[in-house]
Structure formats: structure tokens, C-alpha cells
Design a protein around this ligand. Sequence first.
Ligand code: UT7
Length: 313
Amino acid sequence: MPQRSLSNEELATKIDTSDEWIVARTGISNRHIAADGELTSDLAYNAAVDALASAGLAATELDLIVLATATPDETFPATATKVQARLGVAGIPAFDVQAVCSGFIYALAVADNFIKAGQARNVLVIGAETFSRILDWEDRTTCVLFGDGAGAVVLRAEDTIEGAGCEQRGIMSTHLHADGRHHDMLYVDGGPSSTGTAGFLRMRGREVFRHAVGNLTSVVIEALEANNMEPEAIDWLVPHQANQRIIDHTAKKLKLPAEKIVLTVGEHGNTSAASVPLALNEAVSDGRIKQGHVILMEAMGGGFTWGAVLARW
Ligand code: UT7
């Protein structure tokens, strides 16, 4: 996350809001804001370097980079290619995935399919955003909710061990959905082909909330059913960190106890495609997620898009 943090109290000195309102409605206390000149590719690069170090992999061993973002440095080229250049691995494919808050889930699914199709062995998957640049800082209904950040993972192909079944580590299944009829509920009111400007985020919060709980619950059930698993089999739910109330409502519907949920939204707000890897990073770093644990990642965002990934860590 960028160094600069912005608390609810500080926000309340600039717009008509309060720490009490923001915490009660969202669980968010703080968010991080990129410095002037600090770009999505900078956050993405830092996360990529950390992920490669953690995986014990040299950048030269990568054969694909997939970067999820809705706030690219520029309309084109893909921010993934800027990260690639800084990593010094020219030649391998690198591209962005645009599914807003579901971006990391979509990017994981893309990477998993490249690996399972035999077209890549080592894939860097990044979620990176600077949503502070597309917020209308005078709109208190949206600007209090979002923040900047990045997270990354390395997916690595490993040969199948006979008879090991689903006990093997890695992604078990991915589940993606979209419904473009709901464009107007969550969108940015600008773009290269429409206004020629970057635009600002617009949202109908109540409707998004209702759809989020329904779609996330159903996609988690879909992922479990596809793997013949009951909710009790999940060691950790790593949800999109948009709003604690959405996470609580979804967990209640799934009858998942709070102790199995990774919750980091309070510290960084909704960082869109960066939120799932930021939460994953925290729970892996502090030792909660251990090798062999079953983790279920899910997200929902503008489009609408939504999805889930079931994996064994
Ligand atoms: O990836 C998905 C991303 N989207 C989301 O996560 C958003 C999902 N939606 C939500 O989380 C909630 O709808 C919000 C947190 C955005 C809003 O909560 P709500 O309970 O749906 O509130 P509301 O929009 O119905 O507004 C209630 C009141 C209004 O005042 P009146 O009309 O009742 O007098 C708003 O003007 O709260 C007021 N309000 C605020 N007050 C203080 C709205 N924003 C603020 C604010 N501070 N920041």
C-alpha cells in the first residue's frame, strides 16, 4: 500500500461525514492514497517483487504476467507491460484484465487456464489500483469507501502426483460471471471513447449492496458444489474487501463463522482488484493461512462482474 494513509477523522475535516458513520456502515477506518506521481504500475511492481521473493522465483523464470486493474497508468499500453519492463523480462506475454473489483479473481482464472492448457508454467498475477484518482472527492457517498494498493501472487505448474486427488496444492476451480445490464449501478462517467476524460466513479450503493450479497453467496455455493464440498471444508474465506457489512451478510447466509474470515477492509478500504491479494497477504504473513488450507476467494464489482476461486494453499 502507498505510505500515505488517510483516516476517517482526517476525511471528516474535508467533507460532511464522520468516523462513526463510516465505521458503522462499512467497517472502514483508514485507507491509503498514492502520492503525486506514484502510479498503479509502481504499486504493482512493488507487489510483484515481493511475490517473486516469497515464491523463491527469479523474474526470468516467468512466462506470463496478468495484471488486474481498472485504473491503468494510461489508456494504453497495458500496465502489465510497464511492470514487465521494470522486471526486465521482455518477450513474455503481459496484459491487463479489466473486471474492476472482480479483477483479481478474473486474472487468477485466466492464469489458471493458461497453466492447465499447458501454455505457461510460472505466472505472475497482480491486482493493482489507484482508485483515489477516479474518486469525486466532493461526493461523500463514494469517496469514503475506496483506497489505493496492490497485491500479487505467483502461480506455478507442478506435475500431477498419481492418486493424490484434490489434496494437491493449487487452484481447484474458478467460477466467473457478469451481467452487463447493471452498468448504471456502478460505473465511471468517462473514458477514451465516450468523454475523452478519465471520469469519476458513480454508484447506487444500496442496489450494489443487495446484488453483492446475493451474487457472492451464490458463487461461493457454486464453487463448493463443483468440488463436492460443504461450507465446513473451507479453512479461510478471503473475500473482496469492499464493506464489512457485505462480508458479514454473506458469511451469515453461508453459515461461516467469523473466525474463518479474513477481514482487512478496516485498514485499507475498498482497493478494488487489489483487495483480495492484500487480504491474502496479511493472512499468509501472520501465519493464519497455512500450507494445505482450503481457501475460498470471491469478489464482485462494476459491470456487474463477480466470481470465486477455490484453492488449496
Ligand atoms: O465492490 C462493490 C463496491 N461497492 C460497495 O461496496 C458499496 C455497497 N453499498 C454500501 O456499502 C452502502 O450502500 C453504503 C455504505 C455505500 C451506504 O450505506 P447505506 O446504509 O446504503 O446508506 P444510504 O446510501 O441509504 O444513505 C443513508 C444516509 C443518507 O442520508 P439521508 O438521505 O438518510 O438523510 C446519506 O446522505 O447517509 C447519508 N450519507 C452519509 N452520511 C455521512 C451517505 N454517505 C455519507 C457519509 N457520511 N459518507
